[in-house]
Design a protein. Sequence first.
Length: 145
Amino acid sequence: MTGRAPCSLAERFWEKVVRTDDCWVWTGATTPESGYGIISVEGRTTKAHRVSYEMNVGPIPEGMFVCHHCDNPPCVRPDHLFVGTQADNLADGRAKGRIEGIRPNRDRCSAGCSCHKHEPRTRYWRGGRTCAPGCSCGRHRRASR
């Protein structure tokens, strides 16, 4: 069998990082839709910034996100990363103007119905907000795919 000897995860990881004065940029494979770095860890594709956080800071609590202070998806610099919930990540994005305009009419579905204003079972899908089953506008049918 030919080829090079297997490298450790750390060796494979750091050979794909370019350190600058600001971000440490992942130069390996990335997700096509968002530009996040990816690397294989024990046969599973894992986001590179999560690997960086675990190698340099410590374990990521279950269910938590690794977010970027710098808003640069290929960045793996540990001091540019922080652990938070999905709500923390969305709040961070809104505060920086990254997600302006998402769900601006939180009290109405896309049909304009306000019946779910006090309805906790309102659903989301990529196209907007839907009402709960039983709503007179009928938008709940799109959510039950």
